[in-house]
Ligand binder design. Structure first.
Ligand SMILES: C[S@@+](CC[C@H](N)C(=O)[O-])C[C@H]1O[C@@H](n2cnc3c(N)ncnc32)[C@H](O)[C@@H]1O
Length: 266
């Protein structure tokens, strides 16, 4: 599967041609040490402990929710807009997993001790509304944590840097709904009156081209841009040739920075 031919797959997993393949995408990403490490940090930032109840919005396969539950002793409720994902989370043993939309959470106010999203705000139609909902359902003193890559931070070493920027910008501005929002998460929390706001940055550096190709789909982005009228087909061919040349000569380097943003509701 070319997971990035339709980069909006995570906006609507159940309507994709093969929804189950998006489960495999998450499993491949979650197996990468970079992802495991920042997810562990997110758990720490939430201040989870026994007796508390947390909500994950856009929980995917539920692995992070299960991990938070077992490492902290806190209870976790997970929601996702995809039935495929929720069924998977339940099959994997997550007790409280339900289909729901982050824009309209089916919970009363002040219900949770904290809530988090991980690589979800980049895909939603109205990130501000999802944040409003997260704040509504946590109690005063509750924690919010948000994780997302910010695609404005991407770099790629191919010969033609203008071409690289053009393709990376397509990825940021066209193929994702909110590809460059993550560096503004702190501002969004601050505007909503959150306190103790912290921002941590972690840069994913990809030097293994098979990882980049299989997990990120990067090699295909130029042709996706061309197919959608954002790049000349000849330039797309040139991008792939230069990409392959970078791999052949052992200099392949792609990087993107993730932001982990957290705050406390006063
Ligand atoms: C990139 S995946 C991340 C999944 C999980 N957080 C993880 O880290 O593995 C994005 C998830 O957000 C879900 N999602 C997208 N839009 C959503 C919405 N409006 N409300 C709830 N979940 C949503 C998708 O179905 C998908 O499972």
């Amino acid at each position: 599967m070319d997971v990035h031919a339709n980069a909006h797959g995570f906006t609507s997993v159940d309507t994709q041609p093969r929804p189950a393949e998006w489960v495999q995408v998450l499993d491949r990403l979650n197996a990468e040490p970079f992802y495991a490490a920042y997810k562990q940090r997110l758990n720490h930032i939430l201040h989870a402990e026994p007796g508390k109840v947390f909500l994950e919005v856009g929980a995917g396969t539920g692995d992070a929710a299960t991990a938070l539950r077992s490492c902290s002793g806190a209870e976790v409720v997970a929601i996702d807009s995809s039935l495929t994902m929720v069924a998977q989370a339940r099959d994997r043993g997550l007790r409280y997993a339900a289909v729901a939309d982050g824009h309209r959470l089916p919970f009363a106010a002040d219900r949770f001790d904290g809530a988090w999203t991980d690589r979800v705000l980049q895909h939603v139609a109205e990130p501000g509304r999802v944040l409003d909902e997260l704040l509504r359902v946590i109690r005063p003193g509750g924690r919010i944590a948000l994780a997302d890559p910010d695609y404005d931070t991407q770099v790629l070493d191919i010969d033609d840097q203008e071409l690289a920027r053009h393709v990376l910008r397509f990825r940021t501005d066209v193929s994702l709904r909110n590809g460059s929002l993550a560096h503004r998460h702190a501002g969004l929390l601050s505007a909503r009156g959150m306190h103790d706001i912290t921002v941590e940055a972690r840069t994913l550096v990809v030097r293994d081209p098979s990882a980049a190709d299989n997990v990120m789909g990067l090699r295909t982005w130029a042709h996706t841009a061309a197919a959608r009228g954002h790049l000349d087909h000849g330039d797309a061919d040139r991008f792939v040739a230069q990409f392959d040349d970078a791999v052949r000569t052992g200099r392949f380097t792609y990087a993107v920075t993730f932001f982990l943003t957290a705050g406390t509701l006063p």
